[in-house]
Ligand binder design. Sequence first.
Ligand code: 5GP
Length: 204
Amino acid sequence: MRGILIVVSGFAGAGKGTIMNKLIEEYPGYALSVSATSRAPREGEKEGVNYFYKTREEFEEMIKNDELLEHAEYVGNYYGTPRAFVEKKLDEGMNVLLEIEIQGAMQIKKAFPDALLVFIMPPSAKILKERLTNRGTETPEVIDKRMKRAREESEGIESYDFIVINDEVDKCTALLHNIILSASYQPSRRREFIEQVRAELRNI
Ligand code: 5GP
């Protein structure tokens, strides 16, 4: 069975990264796509682990060569999903996670109608701002930009298949896994099995 392409979006500071890492650690069958970006690495981030860091020119070259499944500009920087890794892992039957923002998510939905789109929400706007501030990696100006962006992004949540509220990481991770597991039993994702049983029924 081909893997499920899963888009996970959420406001900056909603805790997506933590949940993705926990999901991969605790459950088998998931691969996390590493994006390309033109933004500078934050302290502690590693090339090839958090992102592939590119200049704007290098990024534009990747777009031109059709190396990206989707790409978008977010708060002044390019972000995009390298195509080859995703296709390979899906073919291997892995569920592939894309942690991307909403413009990219809409491109994926269009190009891959059976992708599963999940939006991770904080319990409240106040908690979101606290999490962004406590992270300590962003200037107040960037935090303000990201809160404004969150307001804009909140308008698009209904385009997603599910929301997950991140009040507690373990609970949220288990819920996300269960959503994906449930999706894997949709008849459209089990065509081969259904056909096989139909054939058996004809021959029994
Ligand atoms: P950050 O700079 O905080 O790492 O990421 C900023 C935003 O870009 C987040 O919402 C993140 O999900 C999104 N993002 C990361 N990688 C990609 C990507 O490959 N494509 C798109 N469209 N968005 C991405």
